[in-house]
Design a protein around this ligand. Structure first.
Ligand code: ADP
Ligand code: MG
Length: 231
């Protein structure tokens, strides 16, 4: 699903450039649930943004579902993103002046699905998240965990093959974090590839494979000790 070979990326910071990804080799198969771990500044978000075709890279190859992702126009990149990828962020990124249902329905609006139809589908996804009673509430009336479940419903509504989540539990308390991780496990059980960036060990241990980044390279990779609950 994700094939990365000797990938490098630098940021241009005016006078000098910052070499952030320094030769990443990584393969993630369809149906995997993995975490990308590492301390702040190690390049996790940069790598996730490349995987999500939100950002370009300088050297190496990135194939998504067998297709080389390089020199894409903004329109082509958007097309692949819409076909393939759902995003979840630490800060939820909900639109504050739209209610839960409208936020979930948003990707279908961009696909020009009629309002009635997209709202009906959004209600199904809210139902799956146990949020039906909250459909007409605005984001500021929801708890952190509820907001993240709305964001996850929004990420799922266009039937992505991959979910990319950047520190999805970073703004949540421990109990709520584990509930959100249970949800990612469930989503993965349905065959969707899930890639989660985190700097928290207990969160990474709720995936099946941990890819550890240090200073822009993968310095180690391991399977967390099998915990029966998550086997
Ligand atoms: P992480 O997510 O692991 O904390 P990032 O991938 O966000 O790390 O950042 C890696 C390095 O790249 C950091 O030193 C950060 O300051 C720098 N960086 C990230 N985004 C940009 C950008 N848009 N422009 C310049 N430097 C950036
Ligand atoms: Mg980050």
């Amino acid at each position: 699903m994700v094939e990365i070979k000797n990938l490098h990326k630098s940021y241009d910071t005016g006078a000098n450039s910052l070499h952030v990804l320094k030769g990443i080799d990584l393969q993630i198969g369809q149906g995997e649930i993995v975490s990308i771990m590492g301390s702040s500044g190690s390049g996790k978000s940069t790598l996730l943004n490349v995987i999500g075709i939100l950002d370009s890279y300088d050297k190496g190859d990135y194939l998504l579902n067998g297709t080389l992702m390089r020199n894409l126009s903004e329109k082509q990149a958007a097309w692949y993103r819409n076909q393939m990828i759902g995003f979840v962020f630490q800060s939820f990124n909900l639109i504050s002046f739209k209610n839960a249902m409208e936020n979930v329905a948003l990707p279908l609006y961009y696909q020009k699905v009629s309002r009635r139809k997209r709202n009906n589908i959004a209600m199904e996804y809210l139902d799956k998240m146990g949020l039906l009673p909250w459909a007409t509430h605005m984001p500021n009336e929801l708890s952190g965990g509820q907001k993240q479940r709305v964001a996850i419903a929004r990420a799922l509504i266009a039937n992505p093959k991959i979910i990319l989540a950047d520190e999805p539990t970073g703004a949540l308390d421990t109990q709520t974090s584990y509930e959100v991780m249970d949800l990612f496990q469930e989503i993965n059980s349905a065959g969707i590839t899930v890639i989660i960036v985190t700097h928290e060990k207990d969160i990474s241990e709720r995936t099946k494979r941990v890819i550890h980044l240090k200073d822009g390279i993968i310095d180690r990779e391991y399977k967390p000790q099998i915990n029966l609950q998550y086997a």
